[in-house]
Design a protein around this ligand. Sequence first.
Ligand code: SF4
Ligand code: SF4
Length: 164
Amino acid sequence: MEQYDLEAFRKKAETQEGQTQAIFKKLKKIKPKVLDQAFHHCHQAAFEEIDCLKCGNCCKTTGPLFTQADINRLARHFKMKPAQFMDTYLRVDEDGDYVLRNLPCPFLGADNHCSVYEKRPKACREFPHTNRNKMRQILNLTQKNASVCPAVFKISRAIDQQLP
Ligand code: SF4
Ligand code: SF4
């Protein structure tokens, strides 16, 4: 399967960072309900085109936060004690959250399949969070994700086009 050119995406996102900033500044002024509707509509359209199996950039460059429930579930999957799972795969970041010790995620296969897909962390299941409600609350995070996730980049441009 032909993969997306992530290096080209990274450069494009970097070059257009000013535009991304300007878009999110405008998004902050939209009514929360209207904003949610716009995100949900554009999320669906973007993921009809974008195939995560040709990308995997989130798993390669950022990785999720792990909740205690994620840790327990994955430790059970690997027949490890939670402490052993944490020692092997995780570290505590500057905000006190459990994150991957190494990137790309060790559970990511060369074909971009997740080897723990059924047991993957909640944050992986929900990424890039553009179909949730109350998007207003996570606009700063979503702006950052526009330079990680080609779908978020596309969604933000699509919403911008709809704005008056
Ligand atoms: S657990 Fe799976 S979905 Fe989550 S970052 Fe790792 S490879 Fe990606
Ligand atoms: S969620 Fe975004 S960054 Fe992750 S694999 Fe899909 S398109 Fe790529």
